[in-house]
Write a protein that binds this ligand. Sequence first.
Ligand SMILES: [Zn+2]
Ligand SMILES: [Zn+2]
Length: 298
Amino acid sequence: MDLVLNAADYHLLTPYVYPSAWPENEPFRQLLSLFVITNLGALALYLLFGTLSYYFIFDHELKKHPQFLENQVQREIAFAVRSLPWISVPTVALFFAEVRGYSKLYDNIEDSPYGWSGVILSMLSFLFFTDMGIYWIHRFLHHKLLYKHFHKPHHLWKIATPFASHAFHPVDGFMQSLPYHIYPFLFPLHKVTYLGLYIFVNVWTISIHDGDYRVPKILRHVINGSAHHTDHHLYFDYNYGQYFTLWDKIGGSYKSPTSFEGKGPHDYLRKLREKESNGRENGCEPRTMPNGDSEKNK
Ligand SMILES: [Zn+2]
Ligand SMILES: [Zn+2]
């Protein structure tokens, strides 16, 4: 985060915003700047990639699903925008610790213990570590004592859109992002790599809510994609993972996505259309389908 803070200080904050007497490394100034940068950055990532995904990837046909809520898109955005500033409070505390030099982030490739291979290895270990962390934290948030208080709002969206990706209760949002923030305090990581990974995880979170269920056949049971996460929103107790299905398989919560078995939301809509057109051909009113696919409506 200090890369972003230094760039903001150099190009904008020092020349135009703060009085010249306020030193760049003064803690309160750093906290204030980090708070503004974190909020604007998170909002920009969410709205930019969420909007691109919503207009270019998300299948708008899904909005006809009986479990798609009224004004859902507006509600998802409003929920996320209200939560982000609260999530940013503890996040900024961790970014501040990074900026003050308490993390194991380093500037140059030469500082990497194993050169370029160390950088590549750290990217893989970051993905493995955060995938494992999010799996267990997410599963923990499904515990009956916590679910209602913190995680239930995210499950309001049964047929999610890309804008549901950041629509969390603040405690839930921060808890699930914790592995990303803890990693650089435990393991060495290149600063630019960290920034890239941070953007990547935000885009990935959007992508598992985008309703595009395609995954190369060979990776269908390895990668946790939108098909897997859609079933998590619909059936609750399965597919808690983030990028891979590994921990769901270890933890016994893996479920082959219904959309790979011809029973997903798109198949449901197709059957609904067929029923309606059969009804019209037979001259009778279309029958209302039962409300949704979920086994239980938690
Ligand atoms: Zn969940
Ligand atoms: Zn979700």
